[in-house]
Ligand binder design. Structure first.
Ligand SMILES: [Zn+2]
Length: 440
């Protein structure tokens, strides 16, 4: 199966063009971006020149400071403003990567796998000599998978009410990946518009086979079945410790998010959808009739009615509680895009891209403070440009602060630096351990 690009921008997936056509494509790109949105092109150039954190980005994907196969055998794909899609690029080091980014001005950068050879040499290699061997374990959570639940927005739109679904996803998955699998190096990233990505960068995660990736996804997946299935969660009465831990998070959010902000029990259309998760039609009908007869009944009271009605209809406490939990899970547990996680050669949009529709930077999110992360406050290109100008005008440009430190991008870069430094520290410790013969 061919690796597909994450299609956040709705681009075609395997429109690979040959080297000789690249220059033409860049030319076409420049023309198109100046026709479409002159500002975006100019501001993007500024971003790649002054803000993109090349050095730490290289250190991350190289897993060391001196270039090695982790970096030079790594696939990068670029989408240009003209929709031209360039796959199988690879670079010797951070400097070469920077030069090419500044030349191409891609509107999107995708990161692929580490191969057995340099991706840019792919055409000269036999297929057996060019195989994907490692990649971070990645997760993609997209708000459009919540469209059947959320009532505030749909499609590409988001607001602070529905963003809470992403906060829950970060918390639940971050805990599960750390506690159940022992991963330590997780980079959470805002996708620039309506979702989050996670890059699990531990060495053990990078070396997982497709089958092992699939096993982890299956373990984490609770909400199953496509758009056609109404009941997507089935739980045992005795919850697995991992699910019980997730439930603690979900329960914190459910009343506010689902009952108050999304008003799921306010209208017959949405409450009947929720009631469909109860298999007994008599119970569903009794609740529906009761709520229709009392339009002023609060969402909290209706939520309690459900359990009371179950208990009054021969459900014992444990069975009634399980039904309530299934509803909570179906309405709040993270929805995963399997394909992105399972296939080692699947591409995923890189951190620090700038989304062409929102103009927001794909910034890292600290899972410890994800409750206060506000996607609508993530810096846009225009804002970074403004902040740079505002800073430089009163103080002059001779200050020792870097461009990043002069802007609201700084705290996000700090999260990234901390993540990369922890990775590098582990690599150094391992090397030291090896040289003293502590580790095998
Ligand atoms: Zn919303």
């Amino acid at each position: 199966m061919p690796a597909l690009a994450n299609d956040d921008f709705g681009l075609h997936d395997d429109d690979v063009i040959m080297d000789e056509a690249v220059d033409k494509a860049i030319f076409r790109s420049t023309i198109m971006s100046s026709q479409d949105d002159a500002d975006y092109g100019t501001l993007l150039r500024m971003f790649y020149q002054r803000f993109f954190p090349y050095k730490m980005y290289f250190n991350w994907l190289n897993y060391d400071t001196l270039p090695n196969k982790n970096f030079f055998n790594r696939e990068f794909s670029f989408t240009l403003a003209s929709d031209v899609y360039l796959r199988y690029n690879s670079f010797a080091d951070a400097e070469e990567f920077r030069r090419e980014i500044e030349r191409l001005q891609p509107v999107k950068i995708d990161i692929g796998a580490i191969y057995t050879a340099k991706p840019k040499d792919k055409k000269q290699l036999r297929p057996q000599a060019f195989q994907p061997v490692e990649k971070e374990l990645v997760f993609d959570i997209d708000m459009t998978d919540y469209d059947e639940i959320r009532t505030c927005c749909s499609g590409g739109a988001i607001c602070l009410k529905c963003w809470e679904f992403m906060t829950i996803a970060v918390k639940v998955l971050d805990e599960a990946l750390r506690q159940d699998f022992g991963f330590k190096h997780l980079l959470w990233v805002y996708s620039g518009r309506r979702g989050v990505h996670c890059w699990v960068s531990d060495e053990t995660a990078r070396k997982l086979s497709n089958d092992s990736r699939k096993a982890i996804v299956t373990y984490l997946e609770v909400v199953k079945g496509g758009a056609q299935a109404s009941k997507k969660v089935r739980l045992n009465q005795l919850l697995h410790p991992s699910l019980s831990r997730a439930l603690d998070v979900l329960k914190d959010y459910f009343p506010q998010l689902i009952l108050e902000k999304q008003h799921v029990l306010a209208e017959p259309e949405t409450w009947n959808k929720l009631l469909e998760l109860i298999s007994d039609q008599v119970i569903r009908q009794a609740l529906d009739e009761r709520w229709q007869a009392d339009p002023t009944r609060s969402a909290q009271a209706k939520w309690k009615d459900i359990k009371q009605q179950l208990l009054a209809s021969n459900y014992n406490e444990a069975r009634a509680e399980t039904v309530m939990r299934e509803i909570i899970f179906q309405y709040t547990y993270p929805r995963l895009d399997d394909n992105v996680s399972v296939h080692i050669n699947h591409l995923l949009k890189s951190p620090f891209c700038v989304h062409p529709k929102t103009n927001r930077v794909c910034v890292p999110i600290d899972p410890q403070t994800c409750d206060s992360f506000n996607p609508l406050e993530v810096p846009t290109l225009a804002r970074l440009h403004q902040e740079l100008n505002d800073y430089n005008s009163p103080y002059g440009s001779g200050k020792s602060l870097s461009d990043i430190e002069k802007t609201s991008l700084a705290p996000y870069i700090k999260i990234f630096d901390t993540f990369v430094n922890e990775l590098l520290k582990e690599v150094r410790d391992q090397k030291r351990g090896k040289s003293y013969g502590v580790l095998k």
